[in-house]
Design a protein around this ligand. Structure first.
Ligand code: HAM
Length: 418
């Protein structure tokens, strides 16, 4: 094969394209119901837009951008994220003049030269949403509720919301000094990047993936001890709103996020099902960015959701339902075999994929078939179980087992399986 796609860049094949279209269609409907309008900025911008907004010291700007010099000698970069471009467009087209609160979204590819792995690509797609013009905390609540709604609408479950406050620049000065002092005599144990960051931008040490650095920062002071009264009130009001909406969340004081423009609220929606790439959605408030890029002093908050990660989780969630039985039942002895047959058909009638062995072979042979089918649970019922009225349900994946009563067995099993 002479040509193949570049490492970290993947084709979305016809078999996958329908899922992508459906997700984007659903997302657009939800975004509109929250009052967001679509904007489509270009993929290429001058490099300085990203270095001045995301920050020179961040991994994204210092290592991961696709940058080249054009024929006029100007440095250009493929966008590694969308927020900087949206702020640029907001300022350039004076979008705030039509309406002081602008809610914008964009969907499209981003480019970062990271090491590809599960859930991490060099070209990936984001659904990015931003609210300009409101200092919060109501817009913080709204943007988080929107992120949760997008994830809930596609049917994903089992994700967790983490929130933090990075305070305002004034709160961070005190924190930065304290952190610098904490890291000062530990520098020898830090990686080369973090040794430099400890002086220049110590908050970035929290993003480091090197195990020794992670262990060291776990004992560091946290920003929440340094935020002032206004920032604390803002953060508490957000938490109060989330409770009103019935949203569960965890306050994670280590959540600093890998971009320099944030202040006050930061948040991530995380999963434990994508290895190291645990964030499906990440965002936060960036009140100073518009002014920093030469625009009006307008506050803003937003997030980006990674579409590849969303699709991967959806596929993973769907797979167990289609590729392996929920339950394999084994009856040993004539009486038990007959009863097991009844239970199996009842469970199937109720939509639970249940399997059995067709012959009356011994336990070992039947277990072998359960294994081959990758059955998620196995229930063995012999004469002893029939007599005692209970059996042992084994969870093959988790390698755990529990007693289950044979009286109303189908109902008991359904409770465990659902
Ligand atoms: P981010 O945390 O860098 O934030 O990226 C947001 C999401 O994009 C991540 O949670 C992840 O799902 C996805 N993502 C990032 N890098 C990759 C990659 N290499 N491969 C696959 N997916 C990836 C931002 O980009 C900010 N602009 C978010 C924001 C908007 N903050 C305020 N407004």
């Amino acid at each position: 094969m002479e040509f193949a796609s570049i490492k970290g860049f993947k084709d979305i094949l016809p078999s996958e394209a329908l899922t992508w279209q459906k997700l984007q269609k659903e997302a657009r409907v939800i975004l509109r119901s929250f009052g967001f309008q679509e904007i489509m900025p270009p993929l290429l911008e001058v490099t300085e837009l990203f270095s001045r907004s995301i920050g020179e010291e961040t991994d994204i700007v210092s290592k991961e951008m696709y940058t080249f010099t054009d024929s006029k000698g100007k440095s250009m970069s493929l966008r590694p994220e969308a927020t900087a471009s949206l702020v640029r467009a907001y300022i350039q087209h004076r979008l705030y003049e039509n309406n002081p609160i602008q809610k914008l979204f964009t969907i499209g590819p981003m480019f970062r030269h990271e090491r590809p792995q599960k859930g991490r690509f060099r070209q990936f797609h984001q659904i990015d949403a931003e609210i300009f013009g409101d200092p919060g905390p109501r817009s913080d609540t709204e943007i988080i509720a929107l992120g949760l709604r997008l994830i809930e609408a596609v049917g994903l479950s089992g994700l967790s919301l983490q929130i933090n406050s990075l305070g305002c620049p004034q709160c961070r000065t005190g924190f930065r000094n304290e952190l610098r002092a904490y890291l000062f005599d530990k520098k020898a144990a830090l990686c080369a990047d973090c040794r430099r960051r400890a002086d220049t931008n110590p908050l970035r040490v929290f993003d480091c993936k090197v195990e020794d650095c992670k262990a060291l920062v776990s004992g560091a002071p946290t920003i929440l001890d340094f935020i002032d009264e206004n920032c604390r009130d803002h953060f508490h009001a957000l938490q109060e709103d989330l409770r009103v909406l019935g949203v569960s969340f965890t306050v994670n004081p280590m959540l600093v996020r890998g971009l320099d423009y944030y202040n006050r609220t930061t948040f991530e929606i995380q999963t434990d099902r994508l290895g190291a790439q645990n964030a499906v959605l990440g965002g936060g408030r960036y009140d100073g960015l518009s002014r920093q890029l030469g625009g009006p002093d307008h506050p803003a908050i937003g997030f980006a959701l990674g579409m590849e990660r969303l699709v991967a989780l959806l596929e993973e969630q769907a797979r167990p339902e289609t590729s392996s039985p929920e339950l394999f039942m084994i009856g040993l002895g004539e009486r038990a075999e007959k009863k097991v047959l009844q239970w199996i058909y009842e469970l199937r009638r109720q939509g639970v994929w249940t399997e059995m062995d067709y012959s009356s072979k011994g336990l070992k042979a039947q277990m072998k078939r359960a294994d081959r089918l990758s059955a998620r649970r196995v229930l063995i019922v012999g004469e002893d179980e029939m007599a005692s009225g209970k059996a042992v349900l084994r969870n093959m994946a988790a390698k755990t087992q529990e007693d289950i009563s044979l009286e109303n067995l189908v109902q008991n099993l359904k409770k465990v399986i659902v």
